[in-house]
Design a binder for this molecule. Structure first.
Ligand SMILES: [Zn+2]
Length: 124
């Protein structure tokens, strides 16, 4: 297994789980699980049209945590179409908004911890 996302080819982190497949954390696709058979199909389809990989990646992005099975894989191309530019922009803005909110929440948490630490030190 490489350290590249089987869907989009970007660098990804993998977790081993108790099923025949992988749990993937990809910057582009996000978090998903993929069964070994689909992973194999994607590995063999190295020259798959870029548009198809983008469709799968977008589907995963919209359905975080999904298990990418053969059924989903074979029906994806019938059920979804390439989004128009304005839809892509909306999705990107939504993603960036979530990313920023998560970072702000982390920052607030760290500031609270620093404040608690400062107050603790003052009372020692
Ligand atoms: Zn990916």
């Amino acid at each position: 297994m490489s350290d590249l996302c089987p869907v989009c080819g970007n660098v990804a982190n993998f977790e081993s789980e108790g099923f025949e497949g992988s749990t993937v954390h990809c910057l582009r696709c996000g978090y998903y699980k993929i069964v070994g058979t689909v992973e194999g199909i994607l590995e063999k389809a190295m020259n798959m049209e870029k548009e198809k990989r983008i469709l799968i990646s977008g589907y995963i992005r919209d359905n975080q945590g999904i298990l990418l099975t053969s059924d989903i894989y074979y029906n994806i191309f019938d059920s979804i179409k390439m989004p128009k530019v304005d839809e892509k922009v909306k999705k990107l803005c939504y993603y960036l908004k979530q990313l920023i909110q998560n970072q702000v929440q982390k920052l607030i948490y760290l500031m609270e911890q620093m404040l608690i630490l400062k107050l603790t030190v003052q009372h020692i």
